[in-house]
Design a protein around this ligand. Structure first.
Ligand code: PSV
Ligand code: MN
Length: 438
């Protein structure tokens, strides 16, 4: 952590003290894993170096307790401001050394002085990833959002609403420029609840036209990430409901537009790793919103339900990277709603699970896999993936953290430090209430 960090944040000597009793056992476990990987022709140090480069962005909105449309049950010491949210993100990064960026959401994170926010973030060791725009709800007290988004935003039938939504997205780009961000993520809730309610073709064309107007405002080194989602809040038809719509739109908008894959935004059983492979092929993969789900857009912690699916996604990513098929490196962000856990704990656990999936994917013997695929040896091809997935890479993850001055056991360290209790003393208690972000 930077010297300027507030004293209630975990300091390096505190983390080092937490690590000390665990170091000897970790060294033995790491050596043992290294021997096991060497037998498979893998150099553990090379894997560790690649893993150390994995950089995840935290959702500013994920630091508070989320909610469903039924209720929200806030915890103690919740962040009350952007400054608090940045501090919480800094705690996750101090303990995991994997999350040095924050993805802000406007106008939720709107502020008068973005330069000051950028400075505070930098003093906490954080930068900014994609800025998210929000035209999926009304902001009645905001002068930039006088018109309602009840019937849509970028695809609205009324040109005045579309204009307002475009202006908001441009304002997000301008804010992002000051924060040092290089991308705008657009997710809209536009769609229809009834057959016949909206002209499916014209709504899509209006959306593309609006995004083209936003794209005009992009600095040359920026991207727009178009995020699709199958349903919710629209339950019959959503304008950008799938990767096909997203890809068509990105292709029409132009080279700066790409497709963002939120793992929770597909029909159950959809083969997401296949979507990843297709977007890589089209050179249109923007990146990810990581989370996990069982039924829909559940926004549960990454890897909590189906770590194997997360591994298969990373299997495609590692394959594409090793094959030199990325023209632009994908952006890795977390997008979750923490309803029953301490959000910081969920973010820590998720960051570790994403790293775990990446580490396992790095262990796949790609030459042997290619040979099995060429020979149509389905059984051995699958066994190769299983061998990587079944490897306990925990010591590898812990050593990567330890070498960066982070925690060997980040969740245990977080609890021992008592950060949340300190927040509860400093921050006002939030009222419980109905409906939150879903
Ligand atoms: C929509 O469900 C979404 O995944 C989008 O990324 C939003 O910006 C985010 O969740 C927060 O509501
Ligand atoms: Mn998302």
């Amino acid at each position: 952590m930077d010297q300027a960090s507030p004293t209630h944040l975990p300091q390096q000597d505190t983390v080092a003290a937490q690590n000390r009793p665990l170091e000897a056992a970790l060294a033995r476990d790491y050596e043992h894993l290294g021997e096991r990987l060497a037998r498979d022709g893998l150099d553990i140090e090379m894997v560790a170096r690649r893993l150390a480069r994995l950089r995840l962005a935290l959702p500013s909105w994920g630091t508070g307790t989320g909610g469903t449309r039924f209720a929200r049950f806030p915890g103690e010491g919740e962040p009350a401001s952007l400054s608090d949210r940045l501090e919480d993100c800094a705690v996750v990064n101090a303990l995991t050394a994997a999350t040095p960026a924050v993805s802000p959401h406007l106008p939720w994170d709107e502020t008068e002085d973005y330069r000051a926010v950028r400075e505070q973030a930098a003093s906490l060791g954080l930068g900014f990833d994609a800025v998210n725009s929000n035209t999926f709800q009304d902001h009645p007290d905001h002068p930039g959002h006088r018109l309602s988004y009840k019937f849509g935003s970028l695809s609205h039938t009324d040109p005045a609403v579309r204009e307002q939504a475009v202006a908001h997205n441009v304002a997000c780009i301008r804010a992002g420029e000051q924060l040092g961000s290089r991308a705008l993520t657009i997710w809209i809730g536009d769609g229809a609840n009834f057959p016949g309610q909206s002209h499916l073709g014209r709504a899509f064309e209006r959306y593309i036209d609006s995004v083209k107007q936003v794209a005009v405002a992009l600095p040359p080194d920026w991207h727009i990430y178009l995020e699709h989602k199958m349903y919710e809040p629209a339950f019959y038809a959503t304008v950008i409901q799938d990767w096909g719509s997203s890809l068509l739109a990105a292709q029409e908008v132009g080279p700066q537009a790409r497709c963002l894959v939120d793992l929770g935004h597909h029909a159950p059983n959809v083969n997401i790793e296949m979507i990843v492979s297709r977007l890589v092929h089209a050179k249109k993969l923007a990146g990810f919103h990581f989370n996990d789900s069982k039924y829909g857009d559940d926004d549960l912690d990454a890897g909590a339900i189906d770590p194997h699916r997360l591994f298969l996604v990373f299997n495609e990513l590692v394959d594409a990277e090793q094959d030199g098929r990325f023209d632009v490196e994908p952006a890795y962000m977390i997008d979750q709603s923490h309803n029953v856990t301490d959000p910081i704990e969920s973010l820590i656990a998720s960051a570790v699970e994403i790293q775990r999936a990446c580490a396992r994917a790095l262990l796949v013997d790609r030459a042997q896999l290619a040979a099995c695929q060429e020979a149509n040896d389905a059984m051995m091809a699958n066994q190769l993936l299983k061998r990587a997935f079944n490897t306990d890479v925990s010591p590898l993850l812990a050593v990567v953290r330890q070498r960066k001055g982070a925690a060997i056991e980040p969740l245990a360290a977080y609890r021992a430090i008592g950060y949340r209790a300190a927040c509860a003393r400093r921050r006002p208690r939030r009222r419980a209430g109905g409906g939150g972000i879903v």
